[in-house]
Design a protein around this ligand. Sequence first.
Ligand code: SAH
Ligand code: SF4
Ligand code: F3S
Length: 466
Amino acid sequence: MISTQTQTIQPRFNEPMKNRGSYWITTFGCQMNKADSERMAGILRNMGYEEASTELNADLVLYNTCTIRDNAEQKVYSYLGRQAQRKRSSPHLKLVVAGCVAQQEGEALLRRVPELDLVMGPQHANRLETLLNQVDNGQQVVATDEHKIIEDVTTARRDSKICAWVNVIYGCNERCTYCVVPSVRGKEQSREPKAIKLEIEKLAQKGYKEITLLGQNIDAYGRDLPGITSSGRRQNTLTDLLYFIHDVQGIERIRFATSHPRYFTTRLIKACSELPKLCEHFHIPFQSGNNDVLRRMARGYTIEKYKRIIYKIKELMPNAAISSDVIVAFPGETESQFKNTIQLIKEIGFDQVNTAAYSPRPNTPAAKWPDQLPEEVKVNRLKELNILVEKIARQRNNRYINQIEEILVENINRKNNEQLMGRTRTNRLTFFPKRNHQNKSYSIGDLVKVEINEIRSFSLGGVIAK
Ligand code: SAH
Ligand code: SF4
Ligand code: F3S
């Protein structure tokens, strides 16, 4: 794509230093990790590293890791084993483990994989250059202490030229009894509204059209910032932030994730229904359809409250898509409690549900409880749930047939370069031929009206509307 924008050259920060070789980053886990990886890639490029063509010839390999479930963690060890072996024959290779496994394991990782050069927790992502300089001085470095996240001064190397993640709050202060995130991501730290807006303005200048505001518990945004209004209401809530950033010129779409039912407000739903750029999609995990299980998970809401939120959304934004996360076979979950989850999914009719079987995690209360369920129960419940979730997603997709949807083009279809791919405002992946009936061709970054004529479980197909 040709950009018509003029760019000011900033002499110091953006000028790459000497060529240091090539880097490779593999990212596991959630959007938070993806956003961190993009910033770390930006730092590496700034330092003079270039992106490697494959992992196997890179001079620096960085794994940005996830430990949300045991299988996510084990994957990292198998990747690391291969690189550790390579390092024995190519000693110049730098090996870095960042992210949540790094934070969880710390020095223990060095004992397990002595070939590692750097182990760094998520709060240290923006310090990559300093840490690598210590490695260059011959040290093996572990950076996992609690750290105030510094504002990023480099330019992230973003995968997309159209859609960008923007962190608004780091960490999580909740204590869900199954979850490892608070212990690996640390305390909540909100960014200043002005810093967030500045980042969005810069993105708009570069041609970005869509932003997704990110936080593990985004509804907690601003709790750690000062400010009460004259009416006694807390200022700097997520809702205030949405109003504050909404009008940045050039940005067409705004999303946010992940919402927590405990703190989700009617004021927020109203704001989303009023503000034209706010997309009609909400990701609100409910985790279980049973109140006893929710209490033992320490989620801080009931199913009744959850339903009130959903019905308010459906009232004010009837076309909104709703997605969620759910855990099956939490310790002590009975068959009938599991059926409550099935029932809730049927009743709400989710557009998408991420499902997982409970996995005991280090330093979490539920991992020590005696009533863990056998593997077989986990597998069976997950299977039953996944069949239902796919069926319901497909039914939900039927509402798009013959509808005209606005698609923001993100890319060319990798399997067919005559086709484009993008998403509806409700976050449905959609594929369509790039030319309209008059042979006019559209491209990445365009907003296109598409008539939907094909429904699949996880995507839609269509043609450009006349
Ligand atoms: N902050 C978000 C979710 C973060 S983790 C929230 O509060 O909902 C992403 C998802 O992983 C969770 O929603 C949950 O469904 C799942 N998850 C977290 N810990 C898990 C565990 N120990 N076993 C199985 N799934 C888990
Ligand atoms: Fe984990 Fe709960 Fe925090 Fe979500 S809100 S990250 S599930 S502790
Ligand atoms: Fe995984 Fe860490 Fe995200 S554990 S889900 S990468 S916060």
